[in-house]
Design a protein around this ligand. Structure first.
Ligand code: GLN
Length: 479
């Protein structure tokens, strides 16, 4: 790993062996050096970060506990509300809107001693798979700047890959953490729906959205989850269950675990990705896991159901941007004309496409045929996965069908872009957790991510399997 891990930073700062101010300065220097090229950030908050780091150092000097993420530089996706700090969703419609409150994830991270260095770029309103839909220009993949970092949380994935922050946070509605993690060669976790509070996460599709971390290692992901997971009375969909110790199983290996291989997985992954995924099964079998074949017939309908449910929810959630309550307004002679002018100027093409799709799917006469049918598929999907999890502790699939692709290669064809999320979407529809862990490289030496899926609240076993893949990839056991 070319950059210091979050775990080592926190341990060093807590022990008084590292100064948070030095750690933050080092990360800010890397940002100053390279973010003009990468454009991971919409906004860097250097002064605030330095002041918070100084406060952490003071706490350590005074013998107070600075928290489990003491001095760890973090990057926050720009759809996470930060009090008094612009939160744009990379949309013109929210330009310069400053939330009057911090989201719960943001406040628990601060209380844990983490230092936010900035707000990261995303596809507008988290709609996309390449970060090319940002109103403020794309983010570049730090591993090859002619390629996309994935999306929609491309800025946070790139920030971690470039060493701008030790942990990035993103949101995953259909794959927006796992797919960019795969393309940038970092670990990315979508926790169980309801495990991390959505309070203060700007809504895209409320029944699918979930916050999660990007990290350099599985152990760092466990550390990050330990802080952000937990019940929040401010989010009515938050799970009122205690948070287990996510590090407990990391060193245990996979002896005796049942790893499911989905035999009817939709096709479309590139050969290099398929090959690496096969090697992941071999590596887990070598570690003592049993590979079991399972069927998940509804998997293949995931994308179709998602592109009705997600736009339907988005069309409703985005109705609030009316030129009255948030951000920009384009004046016009009457109220309706003002709404139209504001939304026409404020939203980009992809967001408008989703609003139109969703409005249509929910309209009288079409509701049952489209939205209602998609909900039935969602039910079938949950049943299929539940059956698979009777026979397997986890399932392993590719995370993204391809390695990082060149800019512009999918922008003219929305369906080609949507296909990036073929393997990640089902876990959003079921609410189950999923992660992407780097496992070797594919075409052009670019990283390949392997996805590990687990049943609801199965984060411990999911992390256990990911840790084994990480060890075997590092050992060159190859991968
Ligand atoms: N790429 C998917 C979409 O465009 C998923 C986005 C996400 O997870 N936020 O909707």
């Amino acid at each position: 790993m070319p950059f210091a891990s979050a775990s080592s930073i926190a341990a060093g700062v807590r022990a008084g062996e590292l100064r948070a101010t030095d750690v933050v300065d080092e990360h800010l220097a890397r940002i100053a050096d390279r973010d003009a090229e990468v454009h991971a950030f919409n906004l860097v908050v250097a002064d605030e970060a330095r002041a918070q780091a100084a406060a952490v150092d003071e706490a350590v000097a005074a013998g107070r506990d600075p928290g489990p993420l003491a001095g760890v530089p973090i990057a926050l996706k720009d759809n996470m509300c930060t009090r008094g700090i612009p939160t744009t969703c990379s949309s013109k419609i929210l330009d310069d809107w400053r939330p009057p409150y911090d989201g719960t994830a943001v406040s628990v991270l601060r209380a844990a001693g983490a230092i936010a260095v900035g707000k990261t770029n995303l596809d507008e309103f988290a709609m996309g798979s390449s970060t090319e839909n940002s109103a403020f220009g794309p983010t570049r993949n730090p591993l090859d700047t002619s390629r996309v970092p994935g999306g929609s949380s491309g800025g946070s994935a790139a920030a971690v890959a470039a060493g701008f922050a030790a942990i990035g946070f993103g949101s995953d509605t259909g794959g927006s953490i796992r797919q960019p993690a795969a393309l940038c060669g970092v670990v990315g976790v979508k926790p169980t729906y309801g495990r991390v509070s959505r309070y203060g996460l700007i809504a895209f599709a409320s029944s699918l959205d979930q916050i999660g971390p990007f990290t350099h290692s599985v152990a760092d992901a466990a550390l990050a989850l330990q802080v952000v997971c937990g019940h929040d009375p401010l989010d009515s969909t938050s799970i009122p269950e205690p948070v287990p110790d996510y590090t407990a199983l990391l060193d245990r290996g996979v002896e005796g675990l049942r790893v499911g291989r989905i035999t009817d997985l939709p096709e479309g992954a590139d050969d290099d990705v398929v090959e690496r995924t096969e090697q992941a099964f071999d590596a887990l079998a070598a570690g003592g896991a049993t590979i079991v074949d399972v069927e998940v017939p509804a998997f293949t309908y995931g994308l179709t159901a998602y592109y009705l449910i997600a736009p339907a929810e988005a069309s409703s959630n985005l109705a609030r941007y009316d030129g009255v309550r948030y951000g920009m307004r384009v004046d016009a002679p009457d109220t309706n004309a003002m709404y139209t002018a504001t939304r026409t100027a404020g939203f980009g093409d992809e967001v408008k496409r989703r609003i139109m799709l969703g409005t249509y799917a929910l309209s009288a006469g079409y509701y049952d045929a489209y939205y209602g049918k998609a909900l039935k598929i969602r039910r079938l999907m949950a049943d299929d996965f539940a059956r698979a999890y009777e026979r397997a502790d986890v399932l392993v699939t590719p995370a993204s069908p391809s390695v990082a692709f060149p800019f512009g290669s999918k922008t003219a064809d929305p369906i080609a872009m949507y296909l990036c999320d073929t393997y990640t979407i089902p876990a959003n529809l079921t609410g189950d957790p999923g992660l992407s862990v780097p496992f070797g490289t594919g075409a052009d030496d670019l990283p390949v991510g392997v996805q590990v899926l687990a049943p609801a609240l199965g984060e411990p076993v999911m992390l256990q399997v990911a840790a084994e893949l990480e060890r075997r990839a590092a050992a060159g056991g190859e991968p």
